[in-house]
Design a protein around this ligand. Structure first.
Ligand SMILES: [Zn+2]
Length: 112
């Protein structure tokens, strides 16, 4: 279906911003920049800084500024995609978003 951006659960997440975040998450994963510390803790090495993503009581937490202001970020998305853990409290990071990251990742992995 062409109108993929017609769906709008959650607030204030623009489709373009979402796509950007999906691309970033796929890039982090493809570069091996998501490091598992424990089943509920991951280290994400960004281009300029490193962040810690925690999974606690069914929710993700990240130490970056974007997460602080928006409540979600590409690091969390990357960890969610890798770990298979699900955000329970919000509908923002749902299975559909995860599948989009995986699809992006497959596209990137070509030509290896
Ligand atoms: Zn973050």
């Amino acid at each position: 279906m062409p109108g993929a951006d017609a769906e709008q659960h959650g607030e204030g997440v623009q489709p373009a911003a979402m796509q950007k975040m999906i691309n970033k998450a796929a890039w982090l994963l493809s570069e091996g920049r998501v490091v598992k510390i424990s089943p509920y803790m991951y280290y994400v090495i960004g281009r300029n800084s490193k962040h810690l993503v925690k999974y606690e009581n069914g929710k993700f937490y990240c130490t970056c500024k974007g997460f602080e202001s928006k409540g979600f970020c590409s690091h969390v998305l990357a960890v969610m995609t890798l770990s298979g853990l699900k955000e329970e409290a919000s509908s923002f990071f749902d299975e559909a978003v995860r599948q989009r990251v995986l699809r992006e990742l497959r596209g990137m992995g070509r030509g290896r």
